[in-house]
Design a protein around this ligand. Sequence first.
Ligand code: PEP
Ligand code: MN
Length: 363
Amino acid sequence: MHMRYLCAILFHGKMKTENPLPNRFSVFAGPCSAESLSQLQDVAGFISQWNQSQGLKIQALRAGAWKPRTHPGQFEGYGRKAIGWLQRIKKEYGLAVATEVATTHHVECCLKAGIDILWVGARTSSNPFLMQEIASALQGCTLPVWIKNPISPDLGLWRGAVERIAKASKGTVGAIHRGFGICNPAPYRNAPLWEMAVEMKRSCPQTPLLCDPSHIGGKRELVAGIAQTSVDLEMDGLMIEVHPRPEEALSDAPQQLALDALGKLLSGLRFRDTQGSTARMTQIRCILDEIDDELVQLISRRMRLVEEIGRLKKASNLSVLQMNRWNAVVERALAQARAQGLDEDFVRDLFNCIHSEALRLQQ
Ligand code: PEP
Ligand code: MN
């Protein structure tokens, strides 16, 4: 190994701090929906106990009282009754409680009940009319309000929603990255599109940004990895769904963690040294991973079309290799490569590789 690289690695290793806890990192945890007082008491009991231990603290218990559901007839939350349970949890456990608001009626109900923290969901933040109504209902209020990203990847819409609340309210206004609804988000429920979160942070440095790995992942086994990525990207906290018996949850059952899994996730988080180039390298790598996913998806799409042409060639008794066509494909790609400043030999090799797989598929 070259001496200069070796020195750089050794020096970097020496400079690394041992998993320092961040000064300001918020964790909100709780069930997707408030389902009963005893369910909330189980969660609150866990949080209170957890907060006695060393390490990251959980600042608030989250639970949805009004649930936006895709189909009518699904469980839509216990509404006002659930707000009553949250009031009791606040009183009995001394915990801050958070819930989702989507209408002025919800806001008024929460303000009257002394709910500590509000969030606006992804289906609401995409609607400027609703955001304006919620902002007006929050005029002059001091409680913190967190705005989830709209379902569609539209940074302007998300920022606009945050701005509306910030103009009206006197409290902290933050943003929550919960992933985006795109055509093929696999393996996620909602594609993280990390570059959107990074751009939100860059363009609104005064707005704290939480990550909601539960709604991004959609499956509990993905939640911890997504949470770690958000920490690596220097996001300011997490909102995580947790349930005493996740498989019995009335909403979002597949993504809710068991209580002990939440403890494991929080104690396993690594807060790395974010000085120097490390954080930027992580940001870039997340974007590279997404580009690589797109590359594989594009190649797959190309190969499916190649197979279709193969069937058409067979049906019309045409040969598999049509040299004129292939020469035209390569010439076109090389012209593109020159225009994009890419090495021509590299692009030729890449296309030869694609072509040999295409020929194999058409045999
Ligand atoms: C939720 O937090 O339970 C929720 C409904 O989230 P989102 O608005 O992100 O779908
Ligand atoms: Mn949910």
